[in-house]
Design a protein around this ligand. Sequence first.
Ligand SMILES: [Zn+2]
Length: 286
Amino acid sequence: MRLPCVILSLVAALGVFAEEPADAVRALSAQLADDDAGKRDAAEAALLKLGAPARPAIEAARDAEKDPEAKARLVRVLESFDKPLWLASLAEGTKAAEVLGRPLMVIFDPVPERWANPLATDPRASESSGRKLKNAIDENVPVRSWLSGHFATAYLSAEPDIPVLEFPQAEGTGGAIVLFISPKLGVRHLLRGWWSAERFRKEGERALEFLAADETKLADVRAVARKEIAKELAANPHPPIGGRHSPEACSEVACILPRLLQCYDTGDTVLGKTGDEALKILHGER
Ligand SMILES: [Zn+2]
């Protein structure tokens, strides 16, 4: 009978798998209560870097942890494994990207976090395009796990006291600015406005190609993506419309893709810039 043998080797394999992260997690968890804040930060970053395979060991450490700050950090690390960790500044996002050895994806919301329309009957209607996009990602399990596994993520809201004009919020226009940034090479892709989680993921996967592309090949790789989008557009003509047509309210692919192509044109103007430089160009002084 071969089964016990299979089970034994499985148990052995799991044992090895579980033991190594457990040792590292024990040492790092102890460091989470260090007097030195820098050491606490470094330990949290190292736990993040261990990634999802260390989840059982980190859950055990969380359950055993007595120190409130250390426990909160362990909870935050666990949350980041299946939900993007939305850091609140470019500096924090860039630091996380460097520590994790991943690119950074930033949503810049030109509308202050506290902004809301008190007259809106549907709370969703008062959401800015940046928050709509963030919510669409957070509510879509495959997309949010994919995102948290490939990028460090940040969500920046405009300063609360600076008056801002919200632009139309349809896919690809005005509103939120999404940047895909390599800490070393700068911006490699840009999206504007709100996108469905699925369309966002598709462009996020293209962004990974742009991020991996050799500096001299970037324009070619982006040109290939443009051609694919143009082809999709040609295959999905807009159905006839009666009356007045509002592109902002339209979900037709033929309405969305021209805006996506515009994003590529806008993106070309900030390629290679740092996140700060790009936001200054696209949104003015923050
Ligand atoms: Zn339309």
